[in-house]
Design a protein around this ligand. Structure first.
Ligand SMILES: Nc1ncnc2c1ncn2[C@@H]1O[C@H](COP(=O)(O)OP(=O)(O)OP(=O)(O)O)[C@@H](O)[C@H]1O
Length: 629
């Protein structure tokens, strides 16, 4: 048999589909935001900034004061030059020189202090805004339904909460305050210069439009390429993450060279883009510097002639040159301001898209807590279709009732809809047809938190937090006594194992802690759920990695616990649910057989066929071989 040559078949490489597939991600960074949404976002962020009126007011007032001081400097300097010139050939007026020097010093100290106050107040507004938004995002993500998380990359959500938040945080200081600063500086400065000498004023300001244009183009280009670079780096880190997670598969299939080639391609793309960005920055910065010195040369040329002809004084020329020097840096940074608006509009639009998303699964208006009386669970003609699945239902027409103390087994082929059905009971998703009631109360009419307390689920995927075993078990009841935690672990057949660990219940597990086997994780997951006192307890294929002997011991330990509640067991292994009071056989989202183990065997249908296959697999295979002959 020939081994596939990974490197020579890029079109069939596993990454070909994702690279070529249309990107329908909800929070894509390079996706264009429509103008109306962008402007709406800007208006909304601006309004939010004024939730902190005192700090915003200080920032604006300090900006005005700093500009006044900054503009005073060239005027004072020009005056100083003229006075000094007037002293040429005579005794120096030391007192006047000291006054000039102190005035200059005072103006620059005040400018510094006002700038400090402006920066402090503006940053403080940004950080307060960011904190409010960060909490709002976290709260929203906690409340958004499972269907939202099915459609959204968690990496994208983290990006919204980090990068987009940063774009909005910077808005007040980099966009709003800078707009005021530049408007005053250029506006008042231009008026001062033009009112002194129109031609010289125009020459001094001639570099402003060019520098402002290049600076804006440069910043917007840098921003666009930065977004593309982020996407490319995202692909790169995704490839690296996938490779690290699947390192055993890569090695087992000797696919290192193929993976290296893929990584190298993405890495080269990112490098080329970085070079382009350097190019854009260097070219534009040089062009702006050139424009500034060209304008200065012109001012010196014409101004020098005017000084020689006595039209203006040397001090006036000095005022013009100093003003140009002061203006240079803010004008070159004008692009940053334009960029800040662009960034806030896209980042804000994405952020508000998340914050404004409807929380489909929430408390109905005036909802009361669920009241448990008999602990009866009832499903009435329940159906459900996943978001985007159109008419295709994952489950339909499901009806059954279970009373306190009863155990219901649910079995069926992969993809039959077992997990989907289980996820409807704690309202991870809302049924699209029919109703689910607990003690006669529709679970959509009572508070969500009371439903989640009444329905506990041990999920297929036993996620552990990076903390101690004790904290993982007590997740639902953090202030529980040690005795209760150990009792749950004991029922889940985990206690003896934990006692053998170096720090026993204080041993840290999870990604950065002790690695647990699949079965141990599942047992920890069961122990965690047993800390709750639910009316309905669901095991969703949560003993698949546990050996039959241990599972039997868990079941025996849970006998008393199960007496006070409805227990639903989803499993592929018949031995896990043969003992149930009733068994439902699901196929294509419908219940096709139901009854006790004995009744279903007697029926001679799908359950019986599965039983035969699991109990006597060799006989079945031999039968099939015989049939084939
Ligand atoms: N989050 C989801 N979004 C869209 N479709 C889904 C989602 N989860 C499951 N499905 C689809 O719904 C159907 C039922 O899946 P479900 O996981 O409920 O089956 P199952 O019987 O639990 O399977 P298994 O025994 O393999 O766990 C399948 O066709 C599956 O592809």
């Amino acid at each position: 048999m020939t081994r596939p040559d990974h490197a020579s078949a890029p079109e069939t490489a596993p990454d070909a589909a994702p690279d070529n597939a249309p990107d329908d991600r909800m929070f894509r960074r390079t996706a264009a935001v429509d103008t109306q949404k962008g402007l709406g976002a800007i208006a909304r962020i601006t309004r939010m900034c004024f939730r902190y009126p005192r700090r915003a007011g200080i920032a604006f007032a300090a900006t005005v004061a700093a500009v006044v001081m900054q503009l005073a400097i060239p005027v004072i300097l020009g005056d100083a030059v003229d006075r000094t010139q007037a002293m040429a050939g005579a005794d120096p007026d030391v007192g006047a020189l000291v006054v000039i020097a102190l005035t200059l010093l005072g103006a620059s100290v005040l400018r510094g202090l006002f700038t400090l106050a402006q920066n402090y107040a503006a940053e403080s507004v940004g950080h307060a805004l960011a904190q409010d938004l960060r909490n709002a995002i976290y709260d929203k993500v906690q409340r958004l339904p499972f269907s939202f998380h099915d459609r959204t990359h968690s990496g994208d959500l983290i990006t919204v909460g980090m990068l987009d938040l940063e774009g909005v945080r910077m808005y007040f200081s980099t966009a709003l305050v800078r707009t005021l600063l530049l408007t005053l500086l250029i506006g008042i400065g231009a008026w001062l210069l033009l009112s002194t000498d129109v031609v010289l004023g125009l020459l001094a300001l001639s570099f402003v439009p060019f520098a402002a244009w290049r600076s804006s183009v440069m910043q917007l280009t840098l921003r666009r390429t930065w977004l593309i670079l982020q996407e490319k780096l995202g692909v790169l880190s995704q490839k690296m993450e996938e490779n690290l997670a699947g390192i055993r598969v890569v090695r087992a299939f000797a696919a290192q060279d193929h993976e290296m080639a893929k990584f190298d391609r993405s890495s080269k793309d990112a490098l080329e883009l970085s070079h382009r960005r350097i190019d854009v920055r260097v070219r534009n910065t040089s062009a702006m510097t050139f424009a500034f010195f060209a304008a200065m040369g012109l001012v010196l040329l014409f101004g020098g002639r005017q000084v020689a002809s006595g039209e203006i004084t040397v001090g006036t020329l000095a005022t013009f040159l100093t003003f140009m020097t002061i203006l240079q840096m803010p004008v070159r940074q004008l692009g940053l301001m334009v960029n800040a608006y662009a960034r806030a509009s896209t980042c804000g639009a994405r952020l508000f898209q998340l914050l404004d998303m409807p929380v489909e699964i929430d408390d109905a208006p005036g909802a009361q807590d669920l009241k448990i009386t008999d602990g009866t669970l009832r499903l009435d003609n329940v159906g459900f279709a996943y978001h985007g699945a159109g008419e295709q239902r994952a489950i339909s027409g499901i009806s059954f009732e279970a009373t306190r103390g009863e155990t219901i087994g649910i079995i069926g082929p992969p993809g039959a809809g077992k997990t989907t059905l289980m996820h409807l009971i704690p309202r991870f998703y809302d049924a699209t047809e029919g109703a689910i009631t607990i003690d006669g109360q529709d679970i959509r009419d009572v508070t969500l938190s009371s439903v989640r307390q009444a329905v506990a689920i041990v999920q297929q995927d036993s996620f552990l937090f990076t903390t101690t075993i004790e904290n993982n078990i007590a997740y639902a009841a953090p202030f529980s006594e040690d005795r209760r935690i150990r009792g749950s672990a004991d029922s889940a057949q985990l206690h003896d194992y934990v006692l053998g660990l170096p720090h026993q219940y204080r041993t840290v597990v999870g990604e950065r802690g002790v690695s647990l086997s699949g079965g141990q994780r599942q047992r920890l997951s069961i122990a965690r759920t047993l800390m709750m006192e639910p009316a309905v307890l669901i095991f969703d294929d949560s003993t698949a990695a546990i050996d039959a002997g241990t599972e039997t011991r868990i079941r025996a330990a849970l006998k008393d616990y199960a007496r006070d509640r409805v227990t639903l067991i989803v499993a592929h292994r018949l031995a896990s649910l043969m003992h149930a009071d009733r068994i439902l056989f699901l196929e294509n989202g419908r219940i096709v057989e139901r009854g006790t183990h004995e009744e279903l065997l007697a029926l001679g249908g799908r359950y019986k066929a599965l039983y035969d296959l699991q109990m006597h697999p060799e006989a079945d295979v031999l039968d099939q071989t015989e049939d084939a002959r």
